[in-house]
Design a protein. Structure first.
Length: 380
């Protein structure tokens, strides 16, 4: 048994001053203001927040999910821990179907092998999307929907797919959404030209996530509310957001918060291999991407191609844009993700019996240490 002493502990119910997080067998035993009689790790100048969960990330530090490489996933895991991420869903991109199958197969094999952020499962973004809002997804690899093919993906992933993107206007989308939902796979709505009614129908059928909201979807018009209007006004829908201030204007972030509140927003990085690296030329799936001033765009169309941000930067930006305290933004980077994935009994907050996945930050929210299962995996 050991305890971490910190200046503040952010729990779901309150912020505790001068607290001790007692850890036993990799889990949080309790949080107390009384000094326990065990080994004390003194981080008394810092604040303890829950380990962040990035459910939508393609790559970082030169590595990508589509590398279909355990080594790449391990390197991504290590890099993410430096930014306070303790769990993630490696995310695929529209590509040759065999390449997608290989990528999710490797994700399943890499689970449990990482020394940094833990792999929770995979996120299949594409190929079941439509061209109008393709972003960085190549049209030639987009596919029709069939339950048999979805079953094939589930099988090759060893049932580790957690989220799959579907454009609601595609033929057989309703059946596919219901099928995936019954299998326990969350359906996200994105890269779609679906209208308001089609989107709401998809949500009723089980699609509960809006992919990088505002981006890659039919926008809002007062006579045609579109996909955006549906996801903003449907209380059942969680909304992803890339808060790098490139993908969404600060006014858009404010609108999202007004519409969804702190419990239905999921901050994501959507980062690609260039994250943590200098400007230059990179690849995202089959596409060549140029990064200038940390903004990634495809050379072919000039479309934004993922991001080079991380969840910590998105957290800081959201606090600054909304002018709300840290405790009101923390659900957007940890607990909401855990609730969505139905793992909030294990992770997502600093509470007794949960994994000791804890991040220590200074007053400026810079990472000082990252704990996973009670062990330090990164320290400044």
């Amino acid at each position: 048994m050991k305890a971490i002493k910190v200046k503040k502990v952010y729990t779901p119910e309150q912020v505790i001053d001068i607290g001790y997080i007692v850890i036993e067998n990799g889990k949080i035993n309790n949080v107390t203001t009384k000094k326990p009689s065990c080994e004390i790790l003194d981080f008394s100048g810092y604040r303890a927040i829950p380990g962040m969960i990035d459910i939508h990330i393609h790559g970082i530090s030169g590595y990508d999910t589509m590398d279909a490489s355990i080594h790449s996933l391990k390197e991504m895991s290590t890099a993410l821990a430096r930014h306070g991420v303790t769990g993630f869903l490696p995310t695929t991109l529209t590509h040759d179907f065999d390449r997608i199958k290989m990528a999710i197969k490797i994700v399943s094999e890499a689970m449990g092998q990482t020394s940094g952020a833990e792999i929770i499962g995979s996120y299949v973004e594409g190929p079941y999307i439509t061209p109008e809002h393709r972003g960085a997804h190549p049209v030639k690899y987009m596919r029709d929907l069939s339950v048999d093919e979805l079953n094939e993906l589930i099988k090759v992933s060893n049932s580790t797919i957690k989220v799959m993107t579907i454009a609601p206007e595609k033929e057989n989308a309703a059946d596919a959404i219901q099928f995936l939902t019954e299998k326990g796979i969350h359906v996200s709505i994105g890269h779609t030209n679906a209208d308001y009614e089609q989107t709401n129908n998809a949500i009723e059928n089980g699609a509960k996530i809006s992919v990088h909201t505002f981006n890659g979807m039919r926008g809002f018009n007062h006579r045609d509310p579109g996909c955006l209007g549906a996801v903003l006004t449907n209380d059942e829908c969680f909304c992803e957001c890339i808060a790098d201030l490139q993908h969404v204007h600060p006014g858009g972030i404010k609108l999202l918060y007004q519409a969804k509140g702190k419990n239905r927003i999921i901050l994501i990085s959507d980062s690609m291999a260039a994250a943590d690296l200098p400007d230059g030329d990179y690849t995202l799936g089959t596409l060549t991407v140029k990064v200038e001033n940390k903004v990634a765009r495809t050379i072919e169309t000039g479309s934004l191609a993922g991001s080079t941000t991380n969840l910590l930067e998105c957290l800081k930006n959201t606090i600054e844009v909304l002018g709300i305290p840290l405790e009101d933004v923390l659900p957007m980077v940890a607990l909401n993700q855990a609730k969505l994935l139905k793992i909030d009994h294990e992770v997502g907050s600093i509470e007794s019996e949960k994994k000791a996945n804890i991040v220590l930050v200074d007053e400026n929210l810079n990472i000082q240490a990252t704990f996973i299962n009670g062990e330090i995996v990164y320290k400044v």
